[in-house]
Design a protein around this ligand. Structure first.
Ligand code: NAD
Length: 334
């Protein structure tokens, strides 16, 4: 049994299949006229999927370092040597790193070929594999080169999460916690498959409303302003999802101090973080001044410090948040 979430785009829609074992649907979701497939994966990913036609299998390195133009070149060259053409397809099998690289390869190889993603991490399933953002890093910064390239289909096989290291699972739960406040009330009380499908549905709805990140899609960055500051400061043993969790607690405090939400909504943030065993306090050693300086450097801070903030009307992007409020709100996460 699996669930299907359709991502409705301006010119077409594509299905995201969610459930244990859905990787076995790979051959069926590939368009009939796809003759050959380039599977892109990592040695660390202990899962495979059968595309049901002639294919090559390429491994990329592990970690953020794999998101580089040199890895993209290497993969494209191997595909060229193997004779992969525009009639063929790229299939990613792995987490967010694999889907970001493979999606970008699909976007640029022969000016764009079809792409299917088999997502094997919780973060990949609820976030990276849906929405069409692909890309790699430069030494100057993360995700600086990329393209919007929507997949033909996405397979979120929840069975593959059984081998995911606990810390990687935690990382995905940071993003899952975010979805609680984007309309996913009670997500912590449902089974894993239903939870993943509900998160995908929320992301699909946001993407459908704003395919190319004109504005509304920014609400997916809830909790991310502080998370990015912590990550940029560096040197802290926190994964992205854990930093997002602290960012959610902080965003709740900022919204509360601005009179946008009440005590009960703040308490709900802390309840959800605790339910997933996620952190809600800053690591030691990060000063208020350092964090405020990093907020100002955030790439969204064009006209002043920008935060996605909760309110009784829902999530809103707020430009130019007062620095006294930001400073006062740190005490809630210390
Ligand atoms: P990851 O892809 O690095 O995977 C984490 C580790 O788990 C890797 O070592 C991987 O090989 C291994 N792994 C993958 N599946 C496994 C499985 N089933 N069992 C055991 N091990 C497995 O990390 P991630 O958290 O999935 O992705 C992070 C990346 O996603 C970041 O680069 C981030 O920028 C990107 N991202 C992209 C988007 C987007 O919209 N494009 C959104 C969010 C995040």
């Amino acid at each position: 049994m699996h669930q299907v979430v359709n991502v409705e785009l301006a010119d077409r829609s594509y299905p995201v299949l969610v459930g244990a074992g859905v990787r076995s649907e790979l051959a069926a979701v590939l368009p009939d006229d796809v003759r050959r497939v380039a599977i892109i994966t990592q040695a660390n990913v202990p899962w495979d999927a059968d595309p049901g036609r002639d294919h090559i299998r390429l491994e990329i390195p592990d970690g953020e370092a794999a998101k580089s133009l040199s890895v993209v070149e290497n993969v494209c060259r191997q595909m060229a040597v193997a004779g992969i053409t525009r009639a063929d397809a790229v299939v990613a099998i792995g987490g967010g790193v694999v889907t970001d690289v493979a999606g970008f390869v699909a976007a640029v190889y022969h000016r764009g070929i079809r792409f299917v993603s088999v997502s094997t991490t919780l973060l990949g399933q609820v976030d990276a594999s849906v929405g069409g953002k692909t890309g790699v890093n430069l030494p100057e910064g993360k995700n600086l080169v990329g393209a919007f390239w929507q997949p033909t289909a996405v397979l979120c096989d929840t069975e593959t999460l059984s081998t995911l290291p606990p810390r990687e699972m935690q990382c995905g739960l940071g993003e899952v916690a975010k979805y609680h406040f984007l309309g996913g009330d009670g997500l912590d009380t449902v089974a894993l498959d239903d939870r993943v499908a509900a998160c995908v549905q929320i992301k699909a709805d946001v993407v459908a409303a704003d395919e190319r990140e004109g504005g509304h899609r920014a609400i997916l960055n809830y909790g991310h302003t502080l998370a990015h500051a912590i990550e940029t400061a560096g040197g802290y043993d926190l994964r992205h999802g854990e930093a997002v969790a602290i960012g959610l607690a902080y965003a709740a405090a900022v919204a509360h101090n601005l009179g946008r939400i009440g005590d009960a909504r703040v308490a709900e943030h802390h309840r959800v973080l605790a339910a997933y065993d996620l952190p809600s306090t800053l690591p030691k050693g990060l000063s208020d001044n350092e964090l405020l300086a990093l907020f100002a450097r955030d790439k969204k801070a064009i006209d002043g410090v920008t935060f996605v903030l909760d309110s009784v009307r829902g999530m809103e992007t707020v430009v130019g948040v007062d620095s006294d409020i930001l400073r006062a709100s740190f005490s809630a996460i210390r």
